[in-house]
Design a binder for this molecule. Structure first.
Ligand SMILES: [Zn+2]
Length: 651
């Protein structure tokens, strides 16, 4: 038996199938609380979508206001197809499958002879507004369907797959003809849509997917043209030079950008829109993976792939440092605002679910490309806090915004429809967690997340691996993994950066060399019934910021909730709590109801009165996890994560 510690080099990590974000969820069967939550979301949210309703705009073609009705179907397909595969054996799976087929039938029928699929009249196509953005999601929808049908061996599926791919090619050819190099419309792709070209340029992601599936050089050249537009024009997205100069994401707007405008979040100029910016980097990372091995006629004149990768990584690192809060969420009014340093204050429209989901997707792609577990740390924190906080506990609905202090509430209606961007995006976030929980990329089986689940996979050498994992993590600190694998295979365990002293045992024996913030590898000839156990180091830690304090335990942000009825949530703390201080007074207690996932009592220095001995005593109050806080979705159910700390008279 050989034990290794550390990270397998990214270069050694290969990619299965097409090797991009469309790839299958591995064979992961979640159990326990998260399995139930996922099943509920699939049944009540994804399978409950009215596919006729979200495809109707493509038939009606009545858009004149430059809105985004055409994004809803493609986003829905992004989760409907993988979840249909996951649930295929059940009635819900059948319902999803027939909805997917119905949608494809309607979308194919809506394609015009010129290739266009959308709802804009000819004069407004590929111009201002969200037409190209909608086309991006339509391409994604077709390609998800294509991949699914390709994997089923039947003549019928082959015909269906070919039809979807042909529609995607024709649609992409239409865009190339209109706003590609020397396109008919006489404008560049980056000059269309909103946010200095972010929205339209993010079409790069499915264009690269299309190239990988067709091997048609035309699409690689189009991708290179999009990257050039993202990179070079002074007024364009400038995703490379500004990133490499170290300009923070919130500071990339043009000097004349007017962010006082009420509608600034859909404005034409400006570079601070979080979702659209991250979507562009997602496409850039797909592009980097392709061009590092191939030459496009245009690619040679462009920045090198290494530079593109560096710009994406530097941007994501800047987002972690400047924007992501303790709940793993970010953005106010959907825009960057140096939010990490302002998270104790009540900012407008915090943590849009689209931003939360896209941040998870961006980190997922970075994890795939760099094999650096710090991106899994980010996904995990976002999933357990901002993401699950936005998902109603019955699985039926996503909030549009979720404040760090306040109450939870329903989302919005967009574009005169009874749906919105966050409703469409929400279910895609759970996929990031599922896809990266257990992977067999390259020649190692990797556990990134820990939750009760049955996991299976196949390594590149054909070795089949399977494990049964039991854990209430992160409610508890313990994980038990039982091997259903026979034979030699490296198994990697992600050790979170926040867990200073993690204990790993194999068949009861403690293993050496476990380091926080890395993968710990066990190379072994596995036997059935081998047991791996992990015990994380997760004390409650205080975080201070500008006379405020918040508390985390492992990846989970803690909150006080009005349901505990344990005093005024605005009561200040006495000064003296230090940043990073371990808080031994927190103790796990039984939760008062199934609605609340974890609960803690804590005896803390709350209240300013110290003039008599009784008032100097600490007070005992209760906390729950941020995702459970306020989850009755009523105005009366108030919660708070950042607490004021009193000033001393010399401060
Ligand atoms: Zn949204």
């Amino acid at each position: 038996m050989r034990i290794q510690c550390g990270t397998i080099l990214a270069a050694a990590v290969g990619f299965a199938a097409f090797g991009d974000s469309l790839d299958n969820i591995g064979d992961v069967r979640l159990k326990g609380r998260f399995g139930e939550r996922l099943d509920a979301m699939i049944e009540k949210h994804v399978a409950a979508r009215d596919v006729d309703y979200i495809t109707a705009p493509f038939m009606e073609k009545t858009e004149t206001k430059g809105w985004w009705q055409t994004e809803f179907w493609g986003k829905w397909m992004h989760s409907a197809v993988p979840y249909a595969k996951l649930e295929l054996e059940s009635g819900v799976g059948e319902r999803l499958k027939s909805n997917v087929e119905r949608g494809i039938e309607r979308m194919l029928a809506s394609q015009e002879p010129c290739g266009y699929i959308g709802n804009y009249p000819d004069a407004l196509r590929c111009g201002e507004g969200w037409d190209v953005w909608g086309i991006k999601y339509t391409l994604m929808g077709f390609l998800h369907y294509y991949d699914w049908k390709c994997k089923v061996e039947s003549e019928k599926c082959k015909v269906e797959a070919d039809a979807a791919l042909a529609a995607a090619k024709k649609l992409c050819d239409y865009v190339i003809g209109e706003i590609g190099q020397n396109g008919k419309r006489g404008r560049e792709l980056w000059q269309t849509g909103n946010w200095s070209g972010y929205a339209s340029s993010s079409i790069l992601e499915p264009v690269v997917w299309l190239y990988k599936r067709t091997n048609d050089k035309k699409y690689l050249d189009f991708a290179a043209y999009i990257v050039e537009g993202m990179t070079k024009p002074e007024k364009g997205p400038r995703l490379i030079d500004l990133a490499l100069k170290g300009v923070s994401v919130a500071d990339r707007n043009d000097a004349n950008f007017n962010d006082g405008d009420e509608w600034s979040y859909v404005c034409k100029h400006g570079r601070s829109k979080a979702y659209e910016m991250m979507s562009c980097y997602q496409g850039l990372l797909e592009y980097v993976e392709v061009v590092k091995n191939e030459n496009s006629t245009l690619q040679l004149q462009l920045e090198t792939p290494t530079k593109l990768l560096k710009a994406a990584v530097m941007t994501a690192e800047d987002i972690v440092k400047e924007e992501v809060n303790l709940a793993g969420g970010c953005a106010s009014s959907e825009a960057w605002f140096h939010g990490a340093k302002k998270q104790h204050l009540p900012y407008i429209h915090l943590q849009e679910t689209c931003v939360t989901t896209t941040w998870m997707r961006f980190c997922e792609k970075l994890l795939e490309v760099t094999d650096d577990p710090k991106w899994a740390d980010q996904i995990e924190r976002t999933f357990y806090n901002a993401y699950l906080g936005a998902l109603r506990s019955d699985g039926g609905e996503f909030a549009a915004y979720t404040p760090l202090t306040g109450n939870r509430w329903h989302g919005m209606n967009h574009c005169f429809m009874h749906t919105d961007c966050c409703t469409a995006n929400g279910p895609r976030g759970f996929l990031c967690f599922l896809k990266e929980l257990f992977t067999t990329r390259g020649d190692a089986a990797t556990f990134n997340f820990y939750s009760s689940a049955l996991v299976k996979g196949e390594l590149s050498n054909g070795r089949k691996v399977a494990f049964d994992m039991y854990s209430l993590y992160p409610r508890t600190d313990y994980v038990r993994i039982v091997s259903h694998t026979e034979g030699a295979a490296p198994v990697r365990l992600r050790i979170p950066a926040w867990s200073a002293k993690t204990e790993v045992k194999l068949n009861g024996k403690v293993l050496d060399g476990v380091a926080a913030g890395s993968y710990f590898t066990i190379e072994r000839d596995w036997k059935l019934g081998d047991i791996v156990e992990l015990k994380f180091d997760m004390p409650v830690v205080a975080h201070t910021l500008d006379h405020h304090v918040a508390f985390t335990r492992g990846p989970v942000l803690l909150a006080r909730d009005s349901r505990f009825a344990d005093g005024d949530l605005t009561e200040p703390f006495r000064h003296g709590i230090k940043d990073g201080q371990i808080m031994p007074t927190f103790a796990a207690v039984r939760t008062p109801s199934d609605d609340i996932w974890m609960a803690f009592s804590a005896t803390l220095p709350i209240g300013s009165h110290t003039e008599n001995p009784e008032a100097r005593n600490p007070a005992t109050v209760f906390f729950c996890d941020y995702a459970s806080a306020g989850n009755t979705w009523t105005r009366a159910n108030f919660y708070r994560t950042w607490f004021p700390v009193e000033y001393g008279n010399n401060e």
